[in-house]
Design a protein around this ligand. Structure first.
Ligand code: GDP
Length: 451
């Protein structure tokens, strides 16, 4: 997501850096490029105009000397302005004081509403909540079945209810909603997520039904789920929904597929409703709260180490990491068994591509984000397969892995002898590097102590 904008802004800043001093002329040139970059990223025209005006005003007013160089000042102004249009602070997720809190999911068909209901349940569970799901889409039995599958996959409770012989329509919707609320109360669920019927467009029947559900359930959140790939259509439908119903936030799905990101950058400014979450893939954990400052850092090429650290904190086993570091730096090196452990830890963090994309693209990290494009995700799996095909003895002492053993390992892992050779070579280099780091650290420590 945001790849286009990111690339263009970085080029603009690079050009500015190359110029040494900032003049009115090159500021104008930079503003022109930023404007184009925003437009090409499908950001709403009014938002683009306002943003450029603000940046110009601030840039002109900031000729005073500060600790920052003029180029850095401009970068900071653009950064702050983008954060501003995204709504500055992270919009909080609201719970009601009287549980269960009801979350009403709204959106057009195919926007990713049902998938998102499941993702939200998984996210809430991680936060220690006990969500219950219910689908009140009484028009499409398949939709209700889909929610049941989603609920199962994230291990969340679901209220199915009976549609009976009632005629599908708003009264049935209301009955199901009321029953689910009672059920959630009885089971002690503190959140009830209500998946509603999606329609092809915003029509009066849909709005009527949503208004009735709103009145009946008094939800603490009404989340409008919009497909980011539809660009300005997503912005317009969110706007229409907000005007008619009053939503509390937007979830933008399919951000993984939208390289432009214009919808994410426009919604807050156009509708007044904040983006609260992003959907970044089909899996239940491809979901993240929307933090304006972190998103802008990503766009500006400063990476998003904060999110990466949080992900590491959540997924990784700290004890294991410390043990590994000790072993690797101790001088005896680390075994292929430890190497495999590390690979498994990395895999838990998500795809290599998603990890690399959160790295800054400046300074010592330069090139990592671009490297993400060429990452062969299968490589990790193949490497693990090769190590799996070794015996424990071999994993603990790589030196015994002779030519015939290499052949056996290649056949067992469905790879080639070259790949096995390459892995062993890389492993050898890593051992050496870690050893060097370890003894270097020791020397440094001794030197410090002798002073
Ligand atoms: P609904 O009709 O609004 O309930 O939409 P669904 O939840 O059935 O989703 C429609 C399609 O979009 C499904 O194939 C989902 O797997 C897919 N989808 C949902 N969210 C995302 C996302 O964040 N990224 C991607 N790539 N696909 C998504």
């Amino acid at each position: 997501m945001f790849e286009n904008l990111q690339e263009k802004l970085q080029r603009t800043f690079k050009n500015l850096r190359g110029q040494g001093t900032i003049t009115d002329e090159n500021i104008s040139e930079a503003l022109r490029e930023i404007r184009l970059a925003l437009l090409e990223s499908d950001v709403n025209l009014t938002v683009v105009k306002a943003t450029i005006d603000h940046i110009r005003e601030k840039a002109i007013g900031t000729q005073v000397a500060t600790a920052l160089s003029p180029t850095e000042q401009i970068i900071k102004i653009v950064h702050d302005e983008l954060v501003e249009i995204l709504g500055k602070d992270t919009a909080k997720f609201k719970f009601s004081s009287q549980p269960p809190s009801v979350i009403l999911m709204a959106g057009l068909q195919g926007s990713g509403k049902t998938t998102t209901a499941g993702k939200l349940a998984a996210w809430l569970k991680k936060g220690g909540h006990r969500p219950m799901l219910v689908s009140v889409d009484v028009y499409r039995p398949a939709a209700r079945e889909q929610l049941a599958i989603v609920a199962k996959s994230v291990g969340a409770q679901i209220y199915i209810g009976k549609t009976g012989d009632d005629e599908a329509g708003t009264p049935l919707v209301e009955r199901l909603a009321k029953e689910a609320l009672r059920e959630a109360r009885n089971f002690g669920n503190d959140v009830l997520i209500v998946d509603t019927a999606g329609r092809l467009g915003i029509d009066t029947a849909l709005m009527d039904e949503m208004s009735k559900l709103k009145a009946l359930l008094n939800p603490s959140e009404i989340l409008f789920v919009a497909d980011a790939m539809t660009g300005q259509d997503a912005v317009n439908s969110a706007d229409a929904f907000h005007k008619q119903l009053g939503i509390t936030g937007v979830v933008l799905t399919k951000m993984d597929g939208d390289a432009r990101g214009g919808a994410a950058l426009s919604i807050r400014n156009v509708t007044g409703a904040p983006v609260k979450f992003l959907g970044t893939g089909e899996k239940p954990d491809a979901f993240e709260p929307f933090h304006p400052d972190r998103i802008v850092s990503r766009i500006m090429g400063m990476g998003d180490l904060q999110t990466l650290l949080e992900r590491a904190e959540e997924k990784l086993d700290r004890g294991k990491a410390e043990e590994f570091a000790k072993k690797a730096l101790s001088g005896d090196g680390f075994s292929l068994e430890d190497f495999r452990d590390q690979l498994r830890q990395i895999k838990k963090m998500g795809s290599m591509q998603s990890i690399l994309k959160m790295m800054p693209s400046v300074g010592p990290f330069q090139g990592l984000q671009q490297a993400a494009e060429n990452v062969d995700e299968g490589q990790l799996t193949r490497t693990e397969a090769i190590i799996n095909s070794m015996t424990t003895k071999e994993r603990l002492n790589h030196e015994i892995i002779s030519g015939s053993r290499r052949k056996r390992i290649a056949a067992g892992s469905g790879t080639s002898v070259q790949e096995v050779n390459q892995l062993l070579k890389q492993y050898g280099q890593m051992r050496k590097m870690f050893k060097g780091l370890g003894s270097g650290g020791g020397k440094m420590q001794r030197r410090l102590m002798s002073q």
